[in-house]
Write a protein that binds this ligand. Structure first.
Ligand code: NAD
Length: 289
């Protein structure tokens, strides 16, 4: 069994506790035993699980794994602290809000001989997987992914990082990308922001990624992908799967811990994650220059 601690008691942290308390029967997620949670606030017991000081979480020998579920800006420090203590780490995306530290953290995990896993539930949804199947084999001419949503709370970082899930979709669908231009339009009085990014695939096909946020903007993703043979303008509407997204991620992480994920697959994931963070870094620099 892997003793686990959850760091950060927001939406994601509560779901992590819920899933570890009721793992999918017969799955490797049953290998976790939640030992406590860490929070900067002083909280009551959550779902029967007690708060413990961070020092205790780092030093206890029966705690082998940390789930980092805080706001993005504090992922880096938490991940580093738990890796240094020799614990396996599962961090909610994005791992960091800059690429350089992500590389350092991965090196640290390797040095310590522990698993570092970044959650990407956006790749696990039924509609995304249907979209991916529909795109397979088609030749892209150009495309747009436009995300809208409400403003984020402080601490979630620059839009290229807080929106890494959309960038991850584009990289997972179309392969390695490069950034040709990026701008950020902001109106703080209206809590409005719009980031527009121009990307190129390795076949020089243009992609546009837009992240737009404002109070009351509905959370949605609009696509327009033009292929040689057809165009796709809607994300397929597919019923949700029986297994929740965070549970699927928990199973994937636990499979890595018990050695059921082949190193090639983990390596491909790492390459994709670092490529996305590197793109996000470039986008931030272009927007701010
Ligand atoms: P959240 O705002 O619910 O929580 C973020 C942090 O704020 C946590 O550390 C939490 O303890 C703290 N917090 C929450 N309420 C607080 C309060 N009243 N006072 C003081 N602190 C408070 O955010 P979240 O949705 O849990 O996101 C956490 C991480 O998970 C982020 O990195 C996010 O990108 C990632 N993530 C979340 C989801 C999701 O569906 N919620 C999906 C994928 C990734």
């Amino acid at each position: 069994m892997f003793g686990a601690v959850v760091v950060g008691m927001g939406t994601a942290g509560s779901v992590r506790i819920r899933d570890m308390l009721a793992p999918l029967p017969g799955s490797t997620a049953e290998k976790f035993a939640v030992k406590g949670f860490v929070s900067r606030r002083s909280l009551e017991t959550q779902q029967g699980v007690s708060q413990i000081p961070v020092e205790e979480a780092l030093s206890r020998e029966d705690i082998h794994v940390a789930f980092i579920c805080t706001e993005n800006a504090s992922h880096e420090d938490n991940v580093r602290m738990f890796l240094q203590a020799g614990k396996h780490v599962c961090v909610e995306y994005p791992m960091t809000t800059n690429n350089k530290t992500a590389v350092e953290l991965w090196d640290l995990a390797q040095e310590k001989g522990v698993i570092l896993h970044e959650e990407h539930i956006e790749l696990l949804t039924e509609d995304y997987n249907q979209l991916k199947r529909e795109i397979e084999g088609k030749i892209l001419q150009e495309g747009t992914l436009h995300f809208t949503g409400g403003p984020l709370k402080p601490g979630f970082g620059f839009p290229a990082f807080s929106g890494i899930a959309r960038l991850t979709w584009l990289v997972d669908l179309f392969g390695k990308l490069s950034v040709t231009a990026a701008t950020l339009e902001e109106d703080s009085a209206k809590s409005y922001s719009k980031m527009t990014v121009k990307l190129l695939t390795s076949e020089n096909r243009p992609l546009t990624w837009i992240e737009e946020r404002q109070p009351h903007l509905p959370r949605s993703k609009n696509i327009h992908f033009q292929f040689e043979s057809c165009s796709l303008t809607q994300i397929p509407s597919v019923p949700r799967g029986k297994v929740g997204l965070f549970m699927q991620d928990l199973i994937h992480f636990s499979a890595k811990l018990v050695g059921q994920v082949i190193p090639d697959e983990s390596q491909r994931e790492k390459v994709r994650i670092l490529h996305c963070l590197e793109l996000a870094d470039t986008i931030q620099q272009l927007c701010q220059s």
